[in-house]
Write a protein that binds this ligand. Structure first.
Ligand SMILES: Cc1cc2nc3c(=O)[nH]c(=O)nc-3n(C[C@H](O)[C@H](O)[C@H](O)COP(=O)(O)OP(=O)(O)OC[C@H]3O[C@@H](n4cnc5c(N)ncnc54)[C@H](O)[C@@H]3O)c2cc1C
Length: 474
């Protein structure tokens, strides 16, 4: 508004020169390029961020492919698994988030491969052509070569996993209340978590609160009967936090009655039991929170995977030898300013999603590529129960209630959708005031896994014969 006419002419001339300097000739009037076909695999944190910035652009033909119809806020999955929240509180339909139009499509399909020569994404139901591909398919639980442990120690990655674990925890309490055999009762009330990272710590605290509260209130039993064991192979919990915060987390968990075993290596897992080097723990519920590996992107692209199956990407987040393929989020192995791999956390995925959307738009506009991707770490948090947390914001370390309030506000802020923010805030406020959890519903009939016929308490009804499987969530 304040520029004179001469300045405007100079500015336009400068812009035209910049376009030529980048090797892009000015687009003639009436000589419009067809829209660029951009395909995004995965509508998690990274893919959704990129898709939101590319959707409804006249120069972009966008297709988002996901095997689920919803975006999932994984940081609160453990609250669904421990009956504090419902699945719909932390998931939103992708079609409700993206402005779907002729130029923006959502395809619910599972990607099985990528034909990089023909530039086609292969799905179970279809094949989709692309000019630019963003792979943001995330990670999956990894058992470090012991995949046979998966059935006995499920991980926590999807709503189905969370509901399966909730079912198992609630059914164990229910069955323990009706059993006379003391050893079997102890086994049913023992919950083992393998992996002392943020998910293991948050889940252990929440299971301790849930089971002890339910034993006391719903079953009129001694809450101390619930045994929660958190096993970590490394020397301390929350290895990615500074030692003072690891210590604070240990103290907070101990207050909730969680047994912590650091430096303990799991050597075997079978249905109903965990083997450590020098001890066997009988437990109906065993949860794997020890590690993840990338989805099979290396296989899709025919490239050698890096650590954890992740795909090494350059500072522009592209794969070497594939100028039209970006990999972001948990599936990518990108290094930070300290030359260490970036962590598999939501802010990395979101910032990378923003970066690749910007890179593609700049390329379309004939502008210079953005400078190298740099991750900005705004802080790390982990909650322990409903009152305490640990938080690190650069040199500032917070613990206790103040850290928990910060954790709660941050999670509400980053949840997708107004409805989810309201629902989660309301559920937390209600739970805080009443010390109650709404999701304590067992769906379907659950059976014991141990194979031992249950011995009923005198006077109680006879339980059905046990089988080797937990009833699936229906
Ligand atoms: C239990 C848990 C707790 C966590 N807590 C935190 C936390 O507190 N803070 C934090 O920052 N991070 C946390 N994380 C990590 C964070 O969720 C991930 O780093 C983040 O989700 C990675 O984003 P992404 O876009 O790479 O993948 P994701 O968000 O995992 O999204 C991947 C998407 O790809 C889809 N997909 C996968 N394979 C296919 C396929 N073959 N075909 C089609 N679609 C496919 C999936 O359905 C999914 O929608 C947590 C993770 C878990 C599991």
């Amino acid at each position: 508004m304040f520029l004179g006419g001469g300045a405007v002419v100079l500015l336009l001339a400068g812009l035209a020169w910049r376009r030529r300097a980048n090797g892009v000739s000015a687009v003639q009037a009436g000589d419009r390029e067809p829209p660029r076909r951009v395909v995004v695999i995965g509508a998690g944190f990274g893919g959704l961020q990129a898709a939101l910035e590319l959707a409804a652009r006249p120069d972009v033909d966008l297709t988002v492919i996901d095997s689920h119809n919803h975006h999932l806020f994984q940081p609160l999955l453990y609250q669904v698994a421990t009956a504090a929240l419902s699945p719909e509180d932390i998931a939103s339909p992708i079609r409700g988030i993206l402005p779907v139009s002729d130029r923006t499509r959502v395809l619910m399909a599972t990607v099985t491969g990528v034909d990089t020569k023909a530039r086609r994404v292969l799905c179970d139901s279809d094949a989709v052509s692309y000019d630019e591909l963003i792979i943001a398919s995330g990670s999956q639980p990894s058992y470090f070569g012991n995949e046979c442990w998966a059935a006995a120690a499920p991980g926590l990655k999807s709503l189905k996993d969370a509901l399966g674990l909730r079912q198992r925890i609630l059914a164990s309490l229910e069955q323990a209340s009706d059993i006379g055999n003391a050893a079997e009762r102890t086994r049913l009330l023992t919950f083992v978590l393998i992996g002392g990272g943020p998910t293991g710590v948050e889940m252990a605290g929440s299971i301790a609160e849930l089971t002890r509260q339910m034993l006391a209130r719903d079953y009129h039993s001694n809450p101390a009967q619930a045994r929660i064991v958190l096993i970590e192979a490394g020397p301390r919990l929350l290895a990615e936090f500074p030692p003072d915060l690891s210590d604070a987390a240990c103290r907070a968990l101990a207050t909730l009655g969680v047994e912590i075993r650091t430096g303990a290596r799991v050597t075997g897992i079978e249905a109903g039991k965990v083997q450590l080097h020098d001890e066997t723990i009988a437990a109906e519920t065993v949860i794997w929170t020890a590690g993840t590996a990338a989805t099979p992107v290396a296989e899709w692209l025919g490239v050698k995977p890096g650590r954890g199956g992740r795909i090494a990407v350059g500072t522009d987040l592209r794969v070497a030898g594939h100028a039209d393929v970006y990999v972001i989020g948990d599936a990518a192995l990108a290094v930070g300013a300290d030359s260490k791999p970036l962590p598999g956390v939501a802010p990395v995925a979101k910032q990378q999603g923003h970066y690749v959307a910007r890179a593609i738009l700049r390329r379309l506009q004939g502008r210079r590529a953005p400078a190298a991707f740099v991750y900005r770490d705004y802080g790390t948090l982990a909650a322990i129960g409903r009152h305490k947390a640990v938080a690190k914001f650069g040199p500032v370390h917070l613990t206790g209630f103040l850290a928990w309030v910060t954790w709660a506000v941050a999670h509400i802020f980053f949840l997708i959708g107004f409805r989810n923010r309201v629902m989660v805030s309301a559920q937390w406020a209600f739970a805080y005031a009443t010390n109650d959890r709404s999701g304590r519903v067992i769906v379907g009939r659950s059976k014991l896994r141990s194979g031992q016929p249950p011995v009923p308490k005198p006077g109680n009804s006879v339980m059905p014969p046990s089988t080797n499987s937990v009833a699936p969530v229906t």
